[in-house]
Design a protein around this ligand. Sequence first.
Ligand SMILES: *Cc1c(COP(=O)(O)O)cnc(C)c1O
Ligand code: SF4
Length: 468
Amino acid sequence: MDMTGMMNETVVSNDEPPLLAPKANATDGVAAPVDARRVDPRQNPRWSDWRWHIRNRIRTFEELIEFFPSLRSSPGIAKVAAKYPMAITPYYASIVKNADFSDPVFQMAVPQMNELYDPDFLHADPLEEEEDMPVPGLVHRYRDRALLMSTTTCSMYCRHCTRKRVAGMRESTISVCQLNAITDYLHAHPEIKDVIISGGDPLTMSTSLLERILQAVRSVPSVDIIRIGTRVPVVLPQRITPELVQVLAKYHPLWINTHFNHPNEITAEAEAACARLANAGIPLGNQSVLLRGINDEPHVMEDLCRRLVRMRVRPYYLFQCDLVRGVEHFRTPISRGIEVMEYLRGRLSGLAIPTYVVDTPHGGGKIPVLPNYIVSVSPTHTVLRNFEGMLVNYPEPTEPVKRTPAVASRSGTHGVWELASGQASAITPSTAYRQKRRQQRKLQRMVHQQEHPEFSSLLNSLMNEPAT
Ligand SMILES: *Cc1c(COP(=O)(O)O)cnc(C)c1O
Ligand code: SF4
């Protein structure tokens, strides 16, 4: 990849003197605008060429200070970027309004020393995705859908990324051999109806490579829908070319989830990119992450959601920040998210309100979290409250609801629903001491009654474990 001399060659004109930190204006004390001494990079003839943006990503501290001279006094950034890779497309850098950490776009793109803070409750893989990988590159956690990690490359490395352990660590793409193994797995598991092509960012791949993956997944007849998770419409909208869109549309039903976090990311270019996708019949969703100081203000989230629906992007999920190493400074308490949800409901159309979810540690998956709307229940009435605080009673039907056993037995999953529908009577944690004691006693009986003498060694090992 040619990343040499990008800034002095193209983004900044050659006759400019070396860039210095913008000086405060002596007369009124207001800092000069960031771009005051720079040629507008948008004037570059290759601005609309997505490959140019990828080739010219800001990857080193030296390149960064050419774009944001005020960072010259923060050499620690180089140390952070050595631990967690940095990449910023010229486009994304150009939508920064203030070159400091008060700016949401700047915060999502530029490394901070805070990333090195590493308390022990944070993990490299907090969702334990590696544990749910039956074949390399495919996470199969939920019965009917699976997530395919197509590449480790992104055009911009979000500082809040939940896959910091992979994204950008080594920029590589899935091999033919891996793709074959994944396709075989999908054939062998017809219960998988929905394949999410993720990464990294799949739209950083060449169109031909992406098409090979799409073809492979589409060749499995049991796969109903294909989803692509991508931040490209936000950080590299130039990538959404008519040619790419044409290819994507061949693999319908195909959905795209993108990742806008702040209204400042919604530019004319991003709008045009989303329009091209929507016009090709691709339903668009958005997955935001709740980020401290970026979008955890209810008004900011309202603005973001309104602008998303205006460009035909449906707010899908709002994620609580995961317990990922290097992102502690972005986390908010869950109460903050509930506050935001409290604010949105009633003010915005349901169409514009995302589902707030906590993707739980240990691979527990996504758990939706809402303010409490049920105030009280009795067999005859449910008392609800609305967003205004009005309490209303909903009288329940007097006829009991019939259960159809045929429907009940169709599900192969085991969860709380089986309890609620009366098909199971308890779910007990396998780690509870009480359960261990029961197991020990049961084994003891079997061994002593000489029914299963072969269990005696298992019994011995169990008896040596504390079960108090
Ligand atoms: C989020 C996720 C999915 C998709 O979940 P949806 O709720 O269907 O969007 C699938 N697999 C894994 C591993 C996930 O993390
Ligand atoms: S685009 Fe997605 S995978 Fe890539 S760095 Fe951002 S959040 Fe992570």
